[in-house]
Each structure stands twice: as C-alpha cells, then as structure tokens.
Design a protein around this ligand. Structure first.
Ligand SMILES: CCCCC/C=C\C/C=C\C/C=C\CC/C=C/C(=O)SCCNC(=O)CCNC(=O)[C@H](O)C(C)(C)COP(=O)(O)OP(=O)(O)OC[C@H]1O[C@@H](n2cnc3c(N)ncnc32)[C@H](O)[C@@H]1OP(=O)(O)O
Ligand SMILES: Cc1cc2nc3c(=O)[nH]c(=O)nc-3n(C[C@H](O)[C@H](O)[C@H](O)COP(=O)(O)OP(=O)(O)OC[C@H]3O[C@@H](n4cnc5c(N)ncnc54)[C@H](O)[C@@H]3O)c2cc1C
Length: 615
C-alpha cells in the first residue's frame, strides 16, 4: 500500500531522543547480526510464492494446512541453500532469527517447526556419532517430529505407557501402544507431514523396565507416504491456535524397529540385551530443557511484536480530549495507556537478556556434561523451569493487555493480536505445564532451604537463605540493588513458609508426597516478605510515573528499534506507516461476505420470513 506516513507517527519519530539503529544493534547483539538478519529477511520475504492472495482466516482447516505445507517446503529449501552458503541462520543469540520471519510467512505455525527445531536437535544431542553420521545427512528423506505426550500423560512423563520391548532373537525393539490412553497425542507435524519420529517409550529388556528412552521410528512410507503396517496415525483437529502445526496422534501395533534405532549417545542396549546406564538418568529429558531455554527468547520476540502494534496504533489513534476545550488526544497520552504498553516493551528486553544468558548457560553446562561433569544440570533445570513458566504466563498476559489496549480493533484478526495471543498462551502449557514447572523449581529451592534450616554449608548462590534466617537483610533501598535484595527476601520468605508447612504436614503424620501436595499452593504463590514499607511503595509508584513520562516521547522509537518488518508484523494496526484506517478498510474488502452485493442466503432464508405477510 502506497501513501504518506501518518502525521502523528512522523512527529513521534522526530521527538525520539536516542539513536534507533544503535538500539536495534544492541537487540541483535551487534551490527553485523543486524546486517545478516536483514539480508535473510530480504531474501526470504522477496519470494513471491510465500505470500497469500486470500487471508488465511478465510481458508478451511484443510486449506490452511495445505497452504502452510506448500510454504514450509519453500522455506525448507531456502534454509538448506542458506546453510550450504554458510549463512548461520539459527543463531539463538538473537531473537530475530529465521523463526521470526516464519511468523510473517505462516501468520501461524510452520508445520515443519518441530522437524527443524526439535527432531534434528534431539538427534544431534542424543544420538551416537555413528547414528548421527547415518541420520543427519543433508539429503535425508526423513521428515520427523518429537513424539512424547500421550492421551493419558503429558506432565507426568514417567507415566508414559508406550513400550519398546527388546527382542534379542531378531535384534529389534517392538514398539507398542497397549491401550487408548497410550496413544501419542499432540506432536507437531505428526498429523499429515512426518514420515519419521523420535518416540519416547518405556524400555523393557527381559521383563525389566528401564524407564523412558528415545527411539527413531519410521511411520510412513518414504515414497507413497502411506502409514506403515502397524501404524495408526492422523491429525487431532482444530485448536485455539497452532492450526497449521499439523498436531497428530499415533499408535503402534507391535511395530518393529532395529535395535540400533534407540538413541545411544548417553545410554546403550547391546546386542545381547545388556543395558548400559547413562551417567545421569535425566539426560533423556535434554530436548525439553533446551526448548524451555530457547522459548524465553521466542517469547521476548512475541512481546516485541505485540508492543510494536499497540504503541504505533496508540500514537495514531485519537480519541477523547483530556481537557474538554482541547482537541482529541493520541491515546498514547493517557498515562493508564502508557502503563499498559511500556511494561510490555520493558518485559521484552528483560526476557531477551535473560534468554540470551540462559542460552549461554546452557552452552556452558552442555560442554561440562560432555566432559562428564553433571554438577550444574540441576540448577540449569530449576532455572529453565521457572523462567519458562513465568515468561510464558507473563507474556500471554501482556499480549492480551496490548490487545485490549487497542480497543475493539484489537479484536480483529487483521490486527494480528489474537493470533499472537493464541500462539503465546500455548507456551504456558507445552514443554512443561506452568504449575508443574514451578513445582520443579520449588523442589530445588526447598532442598537448599532444608540445608539452611539445618545450618549446613550452602553454595554461594543460596547465601541469602542464611542471611534471611539470621535476619541479615538490609533495610529497603529504592534502587536496582535494593529491588534485588527485596526479591531475595521474598524468595527466602516464601520458601521458608512452604518448608514450614511441609514440616508441619509431616509432623502430623503425612507422607512426604502428600505433605508436598498440601503445601503446593504456597510453593507456587508469592507473598511479600521484604522489608519494604508503605512509604517505599509510594516512592516507587511516583518514580514509576516519572519514568512513564520520560519514556513517552521515545515510545515509538523504542518499538521501531525492534525493527520488525510489516510483512512479519501482519497487522493493520501496527504497520510502519500508521495508515490504520486505510488498511482496515482494505482488509475488510477481502471478506468473502463482501463478494456479492446481496448474499444468496437473503433469498433462501431472510426474504421468505420478512416478506411472508406481504407476498
Ligand atoms: C520446538 C522448536 C525449538 C525452537 C524453539 C523456538 C521457538 C519455540 C517456539 C515454538 C515451539 C513450538 C512448538 C511446541 C512444541 C512442544 C513440544 C512439547 O510440548 S514436547 C513435550 C514436553 N513435555 C513436557 O515438558 C513434560 C513435562 N514434565 C517433565 O518434564 C517431567 O516429568 C517433570 C515434571 C519435570 C518431572 O517429573 P517427575 O516425574 O517428578 O520426574 P522424575 O521423578 O522422573 O525426576 C525428578 C528429578 O529429575 C530432575 N529433572 C526433571 N527434568 C529434568 C531435566 N530436564 N533436566 C535435568 N533434571 C531434570 C528433577 O529436578 C528431579 O531431580 P531431584 O530428584 O530433585 O534431584
Ligand atoms: C500447542 C501444543 C503443542 C504441543 N506439541 C507437542 C509436541 O510437539 N510433542 C509432544 O510430545 N507434546 C506436545 N504437546 C503436549 C504438551 O507438552 C502437554 O500438553 C503439556 O506438557 C501438559 O501436559 P498435559 O496436557 O498432560 O497437562 P496436565 O498435566 O494434565 O495438566 C492439567 C492440570 O493438572 C495440573 N497438574 C498436573 N500434574 C500436576 C502436579 N504434579 N502437581 C500439580 N498440578 C498438576 C496442571 O497444573 C494443570 O492445571 C503440545 C501441546 C500443545 C498445547
């Protein structure tokens, strides 16, 4: 769409007091990354076949999938070319990697997301060198997915019922789905696309169960794509979002795979059925850990999209004067609106920084694990659980806040805010449900509180538990350091309260697991335990309002610095030029309900009733 940029946005950009490009480079972790990102954006976004004539909302469930899969294979081809050309496209140091461009191309989810993001990375992390040499070929026929969750079990993965029984007479595993609740359910790309999968199953050798292990299984013929004998596979149907993700179900009827299809980097089953244990029995859960870590950066990116849309719209939208004799104001001038939006911008930066820090920690801990040192794994797991849970839950709430901040127009699919919300809120559940993950972190904290309560030595990271017990916490200071101290006090106080409840339940004769369950609300809910006073809260509030006013002139600059192209933002409300109403009218004209001046339903259903007495 051509035409001038909205006048209010032009003025906002003139007001900006910092160098937008500099901030973009910081977000991208360096100017060279910005240049590379823009090259990839230009290359991919210029492929004409990736753009739809009809908005995807008007397509049927089946058409949506078919449209998405067409685009997915164009993108896959390009990714392969870029890899060959040695362009690093999946560098998670920047949230604006190739996944971000896909947000624009699919306006939903790439059905190959799990193939690209989880299938290959799990093989790379969990398969032996020989298996990797065989399976990680660039011209492989495999399109894979990650198959873990079942109809009956998602969170409690020890309860997974699919079995893999070793048959030493044929040197094979027999994959089997013993009952309906054991059907695999949810994996992305499984419904129609994948011909292979990594499946989590309980390993049985000579009648002994060795717990969950990962197996590579072909499920469809590479040539005809028909399900192999003994495989029942299909798609699970429409969802709140993720409707192009092709989530599927899968059952095995004594399906045989070679012994060498178990992923054997960390654990082995030998030809004679000997089981060689891993160095740490949770290494099998490594893919979940990695995805939880990468998700934090992805959520930062979703927040930057929502903030860009809502801030630009709020600069363009004028409604109500503040004083009755004045013209109507930009809604961005209302302090309550600033409060809704600026926190989203800030949270995006926070999650980006934390996501990067977690990514580097993951790299470091993985290198240690390769050297045989597992010491840092529990802490990384506890941090990943907590940060994934909190960032997904907060991001969903903030995206929804941005949507509401756009009033009625935020309810339009063409604003793209409903799709961003549906995508973001899914992350509260997948890769470990919110409460379940918080309880993992609580379990870790309670262990260290027990040490503190028993006056045993604590690692440096937990010295503040001892400070809390000795009442060594400083008086509240209204500064970043003071706020961090305050948070430490809250964690210590909350952990103590939960621990005390646990102890009380145990003293009353409860078993530990039952006592834990009874304390679980305390284990997940925060309270105020810091030394903050009423006066401090008032001071913090007024500083916060001062900051809103300081940020106000830079609001549009701050979201421009996220540097998200219109083709990726896909929003009538958030485009760079701010031509909101023109775009809304143009999108409305695409509605099939506007194709005929008089819809045929009028003649069939309306007219016979309204004209009944007059005919
Ligand atoms: C995907 C693309 C990648 C790119 C990313 C970019 C963008 C992402 C965008 C979109 C994503 C798109 C699609 C989404 C795809 C979704 C996929 C999935 O959802 S796959 C299925 C995920 N399922 C789960 O996460 C299940 C959750 N449950 C669990 O993880 C565990 O069962 C639980 C709850 C953590 C533990 O249960 P429990 O039965 O109590 O465990 P155990 O008794 O077996 O073990 C407890 C001890 O083990 C430690 N532990 C647990 N997990 C780990 C781990 N991962 N690493 C290290 N240690 C672990 C735990 O701390 C306990 O230790 P202690 O006994 O206390 O010492
Ligand atoms: C969009 C999407 C994509 C997905 N993609 C995949 C995929 O590619 N591959 C795959 O294998 N899976 C996938 N999943 C499945 C996903 O990982 C699971 O749905 C998720 O782990 C939650 O498990 P659940 O559904 O069993 O929830 P449940 O565990 O049944 O949760 C229901 C409720 O019970 C509570 N609860 C459960 N256990 C406890 C406990 N111990 N203590 C306290 N409360 C508890 C929860 O907090 C929640 O409130 C996907 C899911 C979604 C929504």
């Amino acid at each position: 769409m051509g035409g001038r940029v909205n006048e209010d946005l032009i003025k906002e950009r003139r007001k900006c007091t910092f160098d937008i490009k500099e901030l973009t480079h910081i977000i991208d972790c360096g100017e060279e990354n910005t240049i590379k990102r823009k090259q990839i954006d230009n290359y991919i976004l210029n492929i004409k076949e990736l753009w739809d004539d009809v908005p995807e909302e008007y397509l049927s469930h089946k058409e949506r999938y078919e449209n998405a899969i067409k685009k997915a294979f164009i993108v896959l081809k390009v990714l392969r070319q870029l890899h060959t050309g040695n362009i690093q496209i999946t560098d998670h140091r920047t949230p604006t990697n190739v996944y971000s461009i896909q947000d624009g191309i699919f306006r939903n989810v790439n059905p190959l997301l799990i193939h690209i993001g989880l299938f290959w990375s799990t093989i790379a992390a969990q398969a032996s060198t020989e298996q990797q040499a065989e399976w990680l070929q660039p011209d492989s026929s495999m399109i894979g997915t990650y198959v873990q969750t079942e109809l009956g079990h998602g969170s409690f993965i020890r309860g997974i019922e699919t079995t893999a029984t070793y048959d030493s007479t044929t040197d094979e595993f027999i994959l089997h789905t013993p009952r309906l609740s054991a059907y695999k359910w949810w994996p992305g790309g499984l419904g129609n696309t994948a011909n292979a999968c990594l499946v989590m199953a309980q390993l049985y050798i000579n009648g002994t169960c060795h717990g969950l292990h990962i197996f590579l299984a072909q499920i469809r013929d590479f040539d005809t794509h028909k399900p192999l004998p003994g495989i029942k596979v299909g798609e699970i149907g429409p969802k709140m979002g993720f409707n192009t993700a092709d989530n599927g179900f899968l059952g095995f009827d004594n399906h045989r795979i070679p012994r060498t299809n178990m992923l054997m980097k960390n654990v082995q089953v030998l030809r004679d059925g000997t089981y060689v244990k891993p160095k740490h029995d949770k290494l099998t859960y490594g893919s979940m850990l990695l995805t939880r870590v990468t998700l934090i950066s992805d959520l930062a990116y979703q927040l930057s999209k929502a903030a860009t849309i809502a801030v630009r719209y709020s600069a363009v939208r004028r409604q109500s004067p503040i004083k009755s004799n004045e013209p109507e104001r930009q809604i961005l001038d209302f302090v309550s609106q600033q409060h809704k939006l600026f926190i989203t911008i800030a949270s995006s930066h926070v999650y980006r920084v934390v996501g990067l820090w977690m990514w580097n920690s993951h790299k470091r801990v993985t290198a240690d694990i390769h050297e045989g040192n597992m010491g840092q794994l529990p802490e990384l797991h506890a941090l990943a659980c907590c940060l994934k849970a909190i960032s997904s839950r907060d991001a969903s709430a903030l995206v929804e806040q941005c949507r509401l901040a756009c009033g009625g127009h935020g309810y339009m699919m063409a604003s793209n805010l409903p799709q961003i919300y549906a995508y973001t809120t899914a992350a509260v559940t997948y890769e470990g449900e919110y409460t379940v993950l918080l309880l993992q972190t609580a379990r870790y904290l309670v262990k260290f509180w027990r040490l503190a309560a028993e006056h045993k030595p604590l690692p440096q990271n937990f010295a503040y538990f001892e400070d809390y017990i000795k009442k060594n916490f400083e008086q509240w200071r209204n500064s970043p350091e003071g706020i961090i101290e305050g948070f430490k006090a809250i964690v210590a106080g909350k952990t103590k309260a939960a621990y005390d409840t646990l102890q009380c339940n145990l003293r009353n004769g409860r078993e530990f697991e039952e006592a834990w369950n009874m304390a679980s609300v305390q284990l997940t809910n925060a309270s105020e335990y810091s030394t903050i006073s009423r006066n401090d809260i008032e001071a913090l509030q007024s500083r916060y309002e001062e900051l809103l006013a300081l940020i106000r002139p830079n609001a549009v600059g701050l979201v421009d610095a996220f540097d998200i192209r219109d083709e990726v933002l896909c929003s009538t409300l958030g485009a760079y030029d701010g031509r909101v109403y023109e775009r809304m009218m143009e999108e409305a004209s695409k509605s099939p309900l506007n194709e005929d001046v008089v819809n045929e339903s009028f003649h069939k259903y309306i007219r016979p009733v309204t004209m009944k007495n007059k005919l």
